[in-house]
Design a protein around this ligand. Structure first.
Ligand code: AP5
Length: 243
């Protein structure tokens, strides 16, 4: 039986009044390490890991008309239109299994997305816990993306790096044992297009979060291990959750 939306909305608002969920936005350029942090931090904090990039790739894998439209946009390194991202993300956030909170990996990517998220949380009588920005130089980004390997099983999607974060057995996912592969949008020409999109959109988002409060910027380089970056992000989240 399908529960009417207003009833689940009411139940969620009631739950949120008594137990504030933790919502984290993890932002940063392509290859900044958002997915690597989120895949470890989410289980440690008992939160959902919601990657908008992974939601898009899932739609592409299903080869629906919407998936075909998204695939063309991703292959060009462009941003998927807001209305598509909002619909797919809201569906995930609304699942009762995700009511404890979530790490939003790769969202928001435009100021309009940041404003939409604030409005959604306002409607649910809650708020964003912290917006974390991972800063990495473009030279480091290019080294990261050229060596990135991802699990071909889209429900797993674990991320590795041939040098910085290799799997135990070459070419095989530690978690689910599926084959590792390279992402289609990690080709050098697509990476450059993604960087252009990122540079154009990020400054207004950072301005927005500086204005509304709750922004943490964390500078990382390839000399920092993923574990060090994870520890910094975790401290920022816990400090903000206890505010
Ligand atoms: P998405 O999948 O989100 O791609 P992205 O933002 O470009 O980020 P990446 O997934 O490439 O990198 P990451 O920061 O997660 O880095 P990772 O941890 O893997 O989005 C793809 C596309 O979907 C977009 O281009 C767009 O078209 C669309 N899309 C998604 N969200 C959207 C939205 N909100 N609105 C509109 N369109 C949207 O790390 C990279 C590599 O570095 C890995 O190999 C990792 O092992 C390694 N690494 C990680 N940390 C370190 C470290 N500390 N030192 C050294 N290496 C490290």
């Amino acid at each position: 039986m399908k529960i009417p939306r207003f009833l689940t909305g009411f139940a969620r608002s009631l739950v949120f009044l008594f137990r504030r969920p933790i919502y984290v936005t993890l932002m940063g350029g392509p290859g900044a390490g958002k997915g690597t942090v989120a895949q470890s931090l989410a289980p440690q904090l008992g939160l959902a890991h919601l990657s908008t990039g992974a939601l898009m790739r899932r739609e592409v894998a299903q080869n629906t008309p919407l998936g075909q439209k998204i695939e063309k946009i991703m292959k060009a390194g462009k941003l998927v239109p807001d209305e598509i991202v909002f619909k797919l993300l809201e569906q995930e956030l609304e699942r009762p299994a995700n009511w404890r909170g979530a790490i939003l990996d790769g969202f928001p990517r435009t100021r309009a997305q940041a404003e939409w998220l604030s409005a959604l949380f306002g409607k649910w009588y809650t708020r964003l816990t912290v917006a974390v920005q991972l800063e990495v130089s473009e030279a480091d980004i290019i080294e990261r993306l050229s060596g990135r390997r991802v699990c071909s099983n889209t429900t797993c999607g674990n991320t590795y790096h041939v040098k910085f974060n290799p799997p135990k057995n070459e070419g095989v996912c530690d978690k689910c044992k599926s084959a590792l592969t390279q992402r289609a949008d990690d080709k050098p020409e697509v990476v450059l297009a993604r960087l252009v999109e990122y540079r154009a959109a990020q400054a207004p988002i950072l301005e927005y979060y500086k204005h509304v409060g709750g922004l943490w910027s964390i500078h990382t380089t390839n000399a920092n291990t993923p574990a060090q970056v994870l520890a910094n992000v975790k401290s920022a989240v816990l400090a903000s959750a206890n505010r």
